[in-house]
Design a protein around this ligand. Structure first.
Ligand SMILES: O=C[C@H](O)COP(=O)(O)O
Length: 254
């Protein structure tokens, strides 16, 4: 039985005060849910503040939205995985489609980041997903296959256990156009099969695969009801406590 994960990606939103306030509200709600793992990903500037505002035994975990693949050095503007650990993060999101598209990150760089993050002791949420054009050209399976095999390249089984995959069809992100639960289940089942082929059946069965793309309180239960959907990576609806708490609660009952 895979424990569901509900993760909120706050992207480039929230001051330190706003982030710590929201995190405190979410932590109180997460404390009542021992059957769902809840993660929030504030912007870099708010990470230490959010961690510091949480009780020591908080059920709410904190992720960064990105990191670099080196531990230190002359990399102006970048953040090392060890710095995220120092700030109190347990997770890092890597390979988000906004990083791929806007900042030109490719699978090779993302794979280096995955290795560096795991080596520093972080858990990784690896994002994958096809664009609308790739789907319409029936290249979706090829794209997912490349992103999974290149993103996870060279990992050992112990490392894979600290990786979560987030399937986020790019056409569903921030558009209000959620993938149907059939579309999402089809992609998740394909991704689980890929992981099985690369690492083995039991590793694939243990892997949590999250869906992301316009997840809301109104559609989370239909998604969570599907066999291969183990939670959600939520953008817009994670920015206010009420919606995100509703999503967390649906994930429990789903
Ligand atoms: O990381 C989260 C995704 O990009 C989904 O964002 P969204 O829920 O605003 O569509």
């Amino acid at each position: 039985m895979r424990k569901p994960i509900i993760a909120g990606n706050w992207k480039m939103h929230k001051t330190i005060a706003e982030a710590t306030g929201l995190a405190a509200e979410l932590a109180a709600a997460a404390a009542a849910l021992d059957d769902v793992e809840v993660i929030v990903a504030p912007p870099f500037t708010a990470l230490a503040g959010v961690v510091g505002a949480l009780p020591a035994d908080s059920a709410l975990r904190v992720a960064a939205q990105n990191c670099y693949c080196e531990d230190k050095g002359a990399f102006t503007g970048e953040i090392a995985p060890s710095m995220l650990v120092d700030a109190g993060c347990s997770h890092v999101i890597l390979g988000h489609s906004e990083r791929r598209k806007i900042f030109g990150e490719n699978d090779a760089l993302i794979n280096r980041k995955v290795h560096a993050a795991l080596a520093a002791g972080l858990n990784v949420i690896l994002c994958i997903g096809e664009t609308l054009e790739e789907r319409e050209q029936e290249r979706m399976y090829d794209v997912l296959k490349t992103q999974v095999s290149e993103g996870l390249k060279g990992l050992a089984g112990e490392q894979l256990a600290r990786v979560v995959i987030a399937y986020e069809p790019v056409w569903a992100i921030g558009t209000g156009r959620t993938a149907t639960s059939d579309q999402a289940e089809e992609a998740h089942s394909f991704v689980r099969g890929l992981v099985g082929g690369l690492f083995g059946q039991s590793e694939a069965e243990a892997m949590r695969i999250l869906y992301g793309g316009s997840v809301k309180p109104e559609n989370i239960d239909g998604l969570m009801a599907r066999e291969n959907i183990d939670g959600a990576l939520v953008g817009g609806a994670s920015l206010q406590a009420e919606d995100f708490i509703r999503i967390m609660n649906f994930a429990r009952s789903g």
